[in-house]
Design a protein. Structure first.
Length: 317
């Protein structure tokens, strides 16, 4: 099989030069508006490792079940080297997922990264992902953010998230179901409905809280949830036991000065992780105190009315 000519793949990517060998194509992503015959040909021949189907804002079209079937079957080709599939804001439905997962090879293939951000995936889609051939793959990165997954879906996903390095399920509808999502080294679960008791249960399940063993959690993003001071105190307990944590984001919750102060104090003592706290329930004077705690009196005095988030870039200079 010959590599597609430049005229055939021009609509697939703007990155391909006019003369391109299959060897060089392996190192470049295919960026397209839809899954085409040329894309499937390139995947089967092992000419590309990344496919991105552009959705809303980029003139994308709705991805059909037929195209998802073709994509999954292409992964079974012995020559296939595809590592990453990105289909975002493309009206991907639960039925599309059902077809895709059912057609995936039962043996591990080259796929390690799936990005289905901004589609129409619900709890039913989460169940499909958890029960199909996806479990047989060596998946390390999964993005399901900006969908419609709730607590039931979170419970289903527990069977696959435990082996992930990076899992993004922000901007969904998860509350108590957060307890089932501990496992990945990097967990992004912002802009859901997680409250203090939900967080406590989540950390007790596997985050290192309430006497639990130290987790592998390195990054935790809880931005835009419903956390208050009790939730912050749960995190302080977890942080004191988890030396691997390098980033914590609790911005845009409802945490007061007591909770933020406890987190900042723990950050000062351990000096092992990056803490982001903007948008919580702090007065201007309280923000100044937290800024000085996180960045030192020198920056705090130079920028007395700055939020902590405003000084992250200055602190790194």
């Amino acid at each position: 099989m010959d590599a597609p000519q430049h005229s055939e793949i021009f609509e697939m990517t703007s990155l391909f030069p006019s003369s391109l060998s299959p060897f060089r194509m392996i190192h470049m992503p295919i960026i397209a508006r839809a899954i085409t015959d040329e894309i499937i040909q390139s995947i089967r021949a092992g000419w590309t490792r990344e496919v991105e189907i552009i959705g809303r804002g980029g003139g994308g079209t709705t991805t059909t079940t037929q195209n998802m079937s073709r994509l999954a079957k292409a992964l079974s080709d012995p020559k296939c080297r595809l590592n990453r599939i990105c289909i975002t804001y493309n009206s991907l439905t639960d039925e599309c997922l059902r077809v895709f997962v059912s057609e995936l090879p039962s043996r591990p293939c080259s796929l390690v990264d799936l990005d289905f951000q901004g589609n129409g995936i619900t709890d039913s889609g989460a169940m499909i992902l958890s029960k199909g051939n996806l479990q047989h793959q060596h998946l390390k990165h999964l993005n399901l953010s900006h969908n419609y997954i709730g607590d039931t879906g979170a419970h289903f996903l527990s069977s696959i998230v435990k082996n992930l390095i990076h899992f993004d399920i922000s901007n969904n509808q998860i509350g108590p179901g957060a307890q089932w999502l501990i496992g990945p080294q990097k967990l992004y679960i912002g802009w859901n409905n997680i409250g203090d008791e939900d967080l406590k249960e989540m950390m007790t399940k596997g985050g290192g809280g309430e006497g639990g063993e130290e987790s592998n959690l390195e990054e935790l993003d809880l931005e835009g949830n419903k956390l208050r001071d009790p939730g912050a105190f749960v995190l302080v307990d977890v942080i004191s036991k988890n030396s691997k944590l390098s980033k914590l984001n609790v911005s845009w919750n409802d945490i007061g000065f007591s909770g933020i102060h406890s987190l900042a104090n723990t950050r000062m003592i351990l000096k092992s992780y990056e803490l982001t706290t903007e948008g919580n329930r702090l007065e201007v004077e309280e923000e100044t105190i937290i800024t000085r705690m996180l960045f030192g009196s020198r920056l705090g005095d130079a920028f007395p009315h700055s939020r902590p988030s405003d000084l992250h870039s200055l602190h790194g200079r």
